[in-house]
Structures are given as C-alpha cells and as structure tokens.
Design a protein around this ligand. Structure first.
Ligand code: NAD
Length: 250
C-alpha cells in the first residue's frame, strides 16, 4: 500500500484521468477527496471510492478556500494534491476568443497556482506533502490550434519546478506528469471536432496507440508515494508511448 492513510485531493477527479487516479489511490490505501465543478459526477465517483466530494471551480480562489476547508473538516489533513482539472478548447489562434483564453488559463494555470498555494500553506504547517501536476506533452510539443492549452501546460511545468525548489525545505515534493493523448471524453471531443487526426497521431507514436487513463494514474501514484519517489522533485515524467522522443518523418 503506497498511500496508506494519506488524504489525497484530486481536482477534476470526477471523470477521465482524475477518476482513474482516484481509483488507483483508493487501491493503494489513500482517502480520496474528489474536487470537481460537476458536483453530481464528483459525488458518484467519490461514493465508489468511499471518499468525499467537494464542488470546486479551481479557477476561483473563494471556491478553492471553501473546498480546502470542507476537505479538512472531513479528513483533518491533506497529504497529496493532484492538480488535474482541465479543459481542451481548440481553434485557430487568429480567432481564439478572450473567453476561451481566460477559461483555459483560469483552469489549467491559475487553478494550479491557487490549489497549490492554498493546500501548500496547509502542507507547510503540517510538515510535508506531495503535489503532482498533470501537464501534457503539449508543454514542449506544439500542436496547432491549441495556443492557450500549450501555454497553460508549459506554465504547469515551470510552476512545478519553482514550487519544488521553494518548498523542498518544507518536505513538500512537487512533480508533474506529461501524458500523451489518453482515451477520455476530453479526447473524444477533439476527435469528434476533427482536431485530432487519429490515424496520423497513431502512426507517429512509436507505441502506435493512445494511453489508457490508468497508465497515467500509475505514474501519478509513483510520484505521490513518499517512499518510491523520496528523492524525486521538480521533475516532469512523460507518459506518452515515445511521442516526445520521436524525431523521424511521417
Ligand atoms: P476530462 O474532460 O475527462 O475530465 C476533466 C475533469 O475536470 C472533468 O471532471 C471536469 O468536470 C473537471 N473540470 C473542468 N473544469 C474544472 C474546474 N474549473 N474546476 C474543477 N474541475 C474542473 O479530461 P481528462 O482527459 O481526464 O484530462 C484531465 C487532465 O489531463 C487535464 O488537465 C488535461 O489537460 C490533461 N491531459 C489529458 C490528456 C488526454 O489526452 N486526455 C493528455 C494530456 C493531458
């Protein structure tokens, strides 16, 4: 059991990669607090994991404060934070709206700042913890039509490194996972909208398939586990079937 007695907050934990992380954390003995804007879905997932559900829009400081308070009321402590909430708003940069920019940056960049700061203060008082941020291969590999998404995911890597060096002396490790395309509703939306060309993506991927959410979850468990990843901080672990290593023509 890698997370025995650990209280773990997962933002965007109601479905997709976040739900899979919750399932793995539960199997590893963790207590899962599911934070999501979709409260009914969060409740359903939390019930399956014998955890708690907290309505939270991670881009809103008051909501993050309130969810932190209700999580601490329910479980007394927070040992692990996974900043996973995300949206995939795509479109030509020349027409990208202010609203879509602000939504993307608000959730995936400001949200990581707010949750890390509010829960980080608690972890500092508590004497330690682990934060795992979900970035993307798009932090370093540009996809067209995803200006805000790529910008936010690159910022997540930068924030991971800054927080890791600032908080190492407080016993807080901060790492990130950069998944390749993973089978979730977020990706299905991209396929339906025609912004993911499945055949070409798979041809370019050395392992010729998408990731399954559980494959991302297992990397997150490793980084969250204080014994397995005891000397790992400030790193971004790519889980992408070799996508980022690929330099050959297709
Ligand atoms: P998903 O759409 O299946 O799930 C995202 C969850 O985040 C949903 O439950 C949604 O309600 C929640 N959410 C959205 N806005 C929120 C907000 N403001 N506050 C709180 N919760 C909010 O997506 P997913 O594919 O599971 O993606 C999870 C994370 O993984 C995202 O950060 C995404 O960018 C990242 N990622 C996904 C892929 C992929 O291919 N699926 C690849 C790389 C990175």
């Amino acid at each position: 059991m890698k997370l025995q007695n650990k209280v773990c907050v997962i933002t965007g934990g109601a479905r997709g990669i976040g739900e899979s992380i919750g399932r793995r954390f539960h199997q590893e003995g963790g207590t899962v607090a599911v934070w999501d804007v979709d409260e009914p879905a969060a409740r359903e997932t939390a019930a399956q994991l014998h955890g708690s559900a907290h309505r939270c829009d991670v881009s809103d400081r008051d909501a993050v404060d309130a969810a932190t308070r209700s999580t601490l009321e329910a479980h007394r402590r927070i040992d692990v934070l996974v900043n996973n909430a995300g949206v995939a708003l795509a479109g030509p940069s020349v027409d990208f709206s202010d609203a879509d920019w602000q939504t993307s940056i608000g959730i995936m960049q400001t949200g990581v700042f707010l949750c890390s700061q509010v829960i980080g203060r608690h972890m500092i008082e508590q004497g330690g913890g682990a934060i795992v941020n979900i970035s993307s291969i798009n932090a370093s590999e540009a996809f067209p039509m995803r200006l805000a998404y790529c910008a936010a995911k690159a910022a997540v890597v930068a924030m991971t490194e800054v927080l890791a060096i600032e908080w190492a002396d407080h016993g807080i490790r901060v790492n990130a996972v950069a998944p390749g395309v993973t089978r979730t509703t977020l990706v299905q939306k991209g396929i339906d909208e025609g912004v993911i060309d499945v055949d070409r993506y798979l041809a370019r991927t050395p392992m010729h398939r998408f990731a399954e959410p559980d494959e991302i979850a297992r990397a997150v468990v490793y980084l969250a586990c204080e014994s397995d990843a005891s000397f790992v901080t400030g790193t971004t672990l790519r889980v992408d079937g070799g996508w980022s290593a690929q330099g050959w023509i297709f």
